[in-house]
Write a protein that binds this ligand. Sequence first.
Ligand SMILES: Cc1cc2nc3c(=O)[nH]c(=O)nc-3n(C[C@H](O)[C@H](O)[C@H](O)COP(=O)(O)OP(=O)(O)OC[C@H]3O[C@@H](n4cnc5c(N)ncnc54)[C@H](O)[C@@H]3O)c2cc1C
Length: 357
Amino acid sequence: MEGGSSSKKRVVVIGGGVGGSFVAKSLQFFADIVLVDPKEYFEIPWAGLRAMVEPGMAERSVIDHVDYFTDGTVVCSPAVDIRDDAVSVADGKVIPYDYLVIATGHMESVPRTRTERIAQYQGEFEKIKSASSILIIGGGPTGVELAGEIVVDFPDKKVTLVHRGSRLLEFISPKASQKAFDWLTSRKVEVILGQSVDLGNTVNGIYRTSSGEAITADCHYLCIGKPIGSSWLRGTILKDSLDAQGRLKVDEHLTVEGHENIIAVGDITNIPEIKQGYLAIRHAEVAVKNLKTLMTGKSGGKMATYSPGYALALVSLGRKEGLAQFPYVTLIGCVPGMIKSGDLFVGKTRKQLGLKP
Ligand SMILES: Cc1cc2nc3c(=O)[nH]c(=O)nc-3n(C[C@H](O)[C@H](O)[C@H](O)COP(=O)(O)OP(=O)(O)OC[C@H]3O[C@@H](n4cnc5c(N)ncnc54)[C@H](O)[C@@H]3O)c2cc1C
């Protein structure tokens, strides 16, 4: 790929998830933007579990990059290397940059096209609908939200949730964990804590937990944390900017340690806060301001700073209820449900991307 033909600076954004998509969208008329992502679409992550029980949701939550990013280039291939002035992607292209944004929060193996992704949700829906019993492995936000979606839409299914830790939702307070546990068990979800499941040991729909307990289920969902999308950075110029957890070390301007023209946003950063999409959007806003400052020298060259977010978390429990942890209070039921669980912020996120809700 040749360098940009216009006089605009070239910004390459790696990762078309929450942070990267918002940076690309916000800067598209200001710079020559290239968005690098292995898939052709942005997906609203917090709507994915609803899409498994209501595939129509995916029509709104899976959005082709070209629908909101109309004035730039999408390169549909994972980035594999970074040099001082260019990024290489798996299909062989080399993309020069003036500024680089790294937003590869999490790597997940998903289909390349929107059509395939929507069909995948339809397949999950059919699988859940035809199962009598379902095993969910993992009691973090994904496992808890999936259990909530299934028991609310399909109350007759037998749902078992096995979690390795001593409490659900370990990223929030023990009080909030207990409320989630009580909510699920009151809806007849069998919650097994302190155990794991060895999937290699499954025979004829009988799963074994680490203590040898047998669980019969027609299907299972593995809801364990997705790996951080940074392993590919270990062979690049950014290898020394990674911390022990594989997160990129950034300063208060979100500039990557040791690289003045490289910014990181979202879950891949080492900012000490709960990793959340609304914070990735706040990072994107700071990144956009700072890239504009860097490109124009305006604002007297004064860069915007980012302060870590509060420990705020919202976990949906089906369509109407939810669990919220605010700085001083934890709430469960319809009030937090009203904030998130109805539309799961899909309309709001689409509007932020300049699309019809
Ligand atoms: C079930 C669930 C519910 C959630 N609920 C909420 C919620 O209610 N509110 C909230 O604020 N947050 C929520 N979150 C968290 C939120 O989704 C994440 O914090 C957010 O997605 C992080 O954004 P990101 O841009 O850092 O990374 P991601 O959104 O993970 O995007 C990373 C992107 O990078 C791409 N990528 C990876 N590797 C490469 C590579 N080598 N080259 C190019 N591209 C690459 C991926 O394809 C992906 O598009 C939830 C998460 C889950 C799983």
